[in-house]
Write a protein that binds this ligand. Structure first.
Ligand code: DAH
Length: 325
């Protein structure tokens, strides 16, 4: 009897100390398994005198039941704990910041272009586009640019054939639009243009925005107001605009336009009143219609606005540069 009680006590102590279901199962095998300690006690039954057998058998059975019950209890406790540990491992800490994906943004030139488009749209202009592969008639002749003009030199432009080239400015879109529509007109046309230049202030491919306004009785005052309004909105309330006499074949009179920025005048575009010859070339009556036009360099606008020194930065694809804007 003592031996049985001792066995039960030992089993209970081991069960109490068990930390996981594997250990607990090992204990069960050790005591209650086929060759377990309690099970083998049963085999001693035969060695006992007949009259002691029932009592001994009952005791062993009790011991077995006690241990089994204890194991069951402990198993419940352990499996609840193990389940919790498993869930804790799986759990997501929603207070931690998530993995962030870098999101790109528009290139600085696209931003400047959109900003300008919005400014002109708000003034009633419409955005139109023209082809980058242009013919010499739209690019030069229609714009009153004669054969001898240096812009037509093969050294200055990219020709495919004698009559096809990469457009050297966005001005041919003026011609295309005037041919397609009837005045009055108010359009802007952004896009790429091409010239044989390459240094810190010139790229072989750059971006312009053409602006054209045609109506009756359009004067330089309309041009100046539009320029001042544009400058205020893109460069700030304090910016000023200066018109300097200049020459373009497709405008008369013509101007270079400077903006006051910080402490200096910076040239940002060419402008003028549409030349009567251009009107004639597209079939508009120059005695009835008048208009102004100008062409902005978008890189130039961005360089002035953001203090960028080297025009080549726009096309270097340097992430550090691009992320600044
Ligand atoms: N097309 C000229 C250039 O690329 C810029 C320009 C000057 C456009 C005067 C105009 C204008 O519309 O009126 O240099």
């Amino acid at each position: 009897m003592k031996e049985i009680q001792k066995l039960v006590d030992e089993a209970i102590e081991e069960i109490n100390l068990a930390k996981n279901s594997t250990t607990l199962n090992n204990i069960r095998v050790k005591y209650l398994g086929k060759k377990g300690l309690v099970t083998s006690l049963m085999k001693k039954l035969k060695e006992l005198p007949q009259e002691e057998r029932p009592k001994f058998g009952a005791l062993v059975n009790d011991a077995k039941n006690t241990i089994q019950a204890k194991i069951n209890d402990k198993f419940q406790e352990i499996s609840a704990l193990e389940k919790m540990q498993k869930y804790e491992k799986l759990a997501v800490d929603i207070s931690l910041p998530g993995a962030r994906k870098d999101i790109g943004h528009l290139h600085i030139l696209s931003q400047v272009q959109k900003e300008l488009e919005d400014i002109f749209i708000s003034m009633g202009f419409e955005v139109v586009e023209g082809p980058e592969v242009e013919d010499t008639w739209h690019n030069f002749d229609a714009l009153n640019t004669p054969d001898w003009h240096p812009a037509r030199d093969v050294q200055d432009s990219f020709y495919f054939t004698e009559e096809k080239l990469l457009r050297t400015h966005t001005s041919p879109v003026q011609v295309r639009t005037m041919l397609k529509r009837k005045p009055p007109l108010a359009i802007v046309s952004p896009g790429r243009v091409y010239r044989r230049d390459y240094d810190s202030t010139h790229l072989p491919m750059f971006t312009q925005m053409e602006v054209l306004y045609i109506d009756q009785n359009v004067t330089i005052k309309h041009l100046k107001f539009t320029l001042e309004e544009m400058a205020k909105r893109i460069f700030g309330e304090n910016s000023k605009v200066r018109l300097r006499p200049s020459f373009f074949p497709f405008t008369e009179p013509s101007y270079e336009i400077d903006v006051w920025f910080g402490d200096t005048w910076l040239e940002i575009l060419g402008a003028g009143m549409v030349d009567p010859n251009v009107f004639k070339n597209v079939g508009y009556d120059p005695t009835k219609w008048s208009g102004f036009a100008f062409g902005l360099g978008l890189e130039r606008v961005a360089m002035v606005k953001y203090g960028i020194k080297d025009i080549r930065d726009f096309i270097r694809n340097d992430i550090k540069f691009l992320e600044n804007y």
